[in-house]
Design a binder for this molecule. Structure first.
Ligand SMILES: [Zn+2]
Length: 57
């Protein structure tokens, strides 16, 4: 069982899935922020970049 991550926005505890890997995206259940796992030892998360879809015009 992996440790929980801490939301970098609201500091809530966010559970990691058992098969969590670097690059996994988690959603903070408290504030809804998308968090990307960037390291597992220790568990480190960063706010996932907001992907701007460019549909072209
Ligand atoms: Zn949060």
């Amino acid at each position: 069982m992996l440790a929980n991550a801490t939301c970098i926005v609201c500091e809530a505890s966010v559970g990691l899935p058992d098969d969590c890997a670097v690059g996994e995206l988690l959603i903070c259940s408290d504030c809804g922020t998308e968090l990307e796992v960037v390291d597992l030892d220790p568990v480190t998360v960063e706010e996932a970049p907001q992907v701007q879809e460019d549909w072209g015009e």
